[in-house]
Design a binder for this molecule. Sequence first.
Ligand SMILES: Cc1cc2nc3c(=O)[nH]c(=O)nc-3n(C[C@H](O)[C@H](O)[C@H](O)COP(=O)(O)OP(=O)(O)OC[C@H]3O[C@@H](n4cnc5c(N)ncnc54)[C@H](O)[C@@H]3O)c2cc1C
Length: 439
Amino acid sequence: MTSQVLDLAGAGIGPFNLSLAAQLDSIPALSVRFFEKRPSFAWHPGMLLPGAEMQTSILKDLVTATNPTSPWSFLSYLVKHKRFYQFLNAEYEAVPRREFADYLGWVARGVTSLRFGTSMREVCAADGLFSVDTDSERVQARNLSVGVGKLPSRPAWAETLPKSMAFHNSEAAARLGDVKAPRVAVIGGGQSGAEMVDALLDLDTVSSIYWVSRRPNFEPLDATPFTNELFTPSYMEKFHGLSEDLRITHTRRQVLASDGVSASTLKKLYRRLYERRFDTPSAVDAGLFLRPYRDVVEAVRNGPEIELTMRNGFDDSIETIEVDLVILATGYRFVLPEFLHSLKERMSYNSIGEPVLASDFSVVWDGPSENRIFVLNAGRHSHGIAEPQLSLAAWRSAVIANSLLGHAHFDLGQLDPFVQWESQGRESLFSSHMGQAAE
Ligand SMILES: Cc1cc2nc3c(=O)[nH]c(=O)nc-3n(C[C@H](O)[C@H](O)[C@H](O)COP(=O)(O)OP(=O)(O)OC[C@H]3O[C@@H](n4cnc5c(N)ncnc54)[C@H](O)[C@@H]3O)c2cc1C
């Protein structure tokens, strides 16, 4: 066991804990260590397909928003790799995900508080400390940072399908090369579903692709300016102060602000469809069959094929298709990691079973307030749709750093947002009460 008591032990080194580690790298007074089970850094390797693009600006990197002089910015990466001018000349509308993953990997090789090839196994809390068992060592820490990401989400109807006939898009890089099935259904109308369809169009072995989405159409990511206000610290702070009911309702309404398909991907697919239909007129719709507004309700395996039954919301009818393979682009869900199970009963949960997060991203629990368990990528319903995205990762890391230090090391003050989200009346009522109380 290491005798030193860490200020923070982190589980998982995806972009979110990597951002925290990079921000804390500038604060030598804090002793921190992060553990990652993979042997080296990898960013959603199963989805690192050729042509995949970022959905966020490169300025929304690990550090810049709150620490622009950090050596771990994307711009530093460009300069260090002698590609600053060529990167600018390339005029990317959306940066290739491969390049951003390379940037993240470069940071992960440079920050010294990171340990790879080491899983976090178990955490116990006693005497004002967390005792953390990893594959290689036991450490004690005052605080934890849980950045283990999310698990692939599979619909109930797909549970009985054999692995050979159905896989989640998170396995795409390993599985697509072996696809021999002529008829494939892609389930899910978000960015991952679109990328699956695009990749399948390149495969000679596939003759029919059915793209099925519950959404009424193949809908774009809304990345327009006022929607992007949802991805600001001011909005996140105000959102966190709302009641749980309102937060859940707003999050559902805002789905296309975070989970729609990039306009560039939609255009690319539409053009591929166009070229296939008009360049090869003999091929009727050239094997791409678009099925929006369809909710799959059942999948029945009949020997080598799968019959999918779908409810069509457009004309309110039932429809079936037969395919040989199903690709589930059905999202991800947060699951409390096993190493926290000894503390499970001590944490508070919201009505949909997610841990309740305070404004500094620490879980509300019955332990000492100086022992915080920060949980990253579990705050969609507490902090808003920006929380599972990179957009505010650098800011969140600075919030956590300030909370660890107990003072405002990072300046997080904001100007008033352009949009007045909260009601003026409510604000003046609140301040008049405050005024009365102070009198
Ligand atoms: C394909 C894809 C593309 C995306 N593109 C964008 C984008 O362009 N812009 C944007 O804003 N957002 C994007 N996102 C959303 C979000 O930014 C990513 O999901 C991001 O990877 C989340 O980071 P994370 O650190 O929470 O989790 P992850 O990246 O999933 O990393 C978690 C890490 O924890 C490790 N781990 C798990 N359990 C343990 C344990 N017990 N001990 C040690 N290690 C453990 C895992 O091995 C993993 O490496 C994308 C998401 C996906 C799926």
